[in-house]
Design a protein around this ligand. Sequence first.
Ligand SMILES: N[C@@H](CCC(=O)N[C@@H](CS)C(=O)NCC(=O)O)C(=O)O
Length: 259
Amino acid sequence: MSKIILYYYPNSVCSQKVRLALEEKGVKWESRVVDIGQPLENYKPWYMRLNPKGVVPTLVNGDEVVTDSFRIINYIDQQLEGPSLEPNLSEEQSEMRRWLALGDHLPIHALTYGRGGVPGGTQMLEKRLKALDGYKNNNPELAEHYKAKIESVKSLKENAENSDNIAEIENRTEQLIDELESVLSQREYIAGSTYSLADVIWNVLLARLELLGMASLWENSKRPELAAYYLQMKNRASFKSADIRTAWKGSLKAIQCRL
Ligand SMILES: N[C@@H](CCC(=O)N[C@@H](CS)C(=O)NCC(=O)O)C(=O)O
């Protein structure tokens, strides 16, 4: 069996989803940290060739390169050995797919920057744009990828700086949290009676909401089913071994710009 290599950044929310899936599955993997902070290693030509969107995570299994956390966690479950992270019952499978899509479509990066979750975030996005411009001019063969990346950083910046947009994402988040409360009053896990990929994605999102000061949505008896569920999830061995973060780690300088 070939080696599983994960290119990731510790604080990155998308990287955490993949690490949690790997740990739940019991897969042995090799770590390659790509520093998306000041060094912006994710924009270097070698990494843009591996992941043309210039984002973490990227999973490599022998000759296969898999990008995008949503695709990666499905790949981990379907292609790698270990306990299945998909329920047996078809209605629970549909619920899992529904919650996966809901989680994947939540604009968690805009929310992170918009709520000041990244110290010096706006300036860091400016720095990213400058760095990308330099890389684009010096690497004509990758210019199209750099151009697309510049557009995506600009759009993140606009979305994060628009307070109406952030308020809208916060409202949407609260609706989803409400729905989770109702679902968890009927079943043990998000999709049904077994732990699934829906729990993987939502455990990481809940941890990010906690980091952003939004745990008040479920704490203090506000949504007791969700609070009890989240506590139980935090006590799973995988939550620790996957290093799921509910607070920034590292010095202020070191954490700047790191999602
Ligand atoms: N849809 C992608 C998004 C990946 C993504 O945006 N990753 C962030 C960290 S969570 C990143 O690498 N940001 C650095 C940058 O865009 O420069 C996925 O789910 O993997």
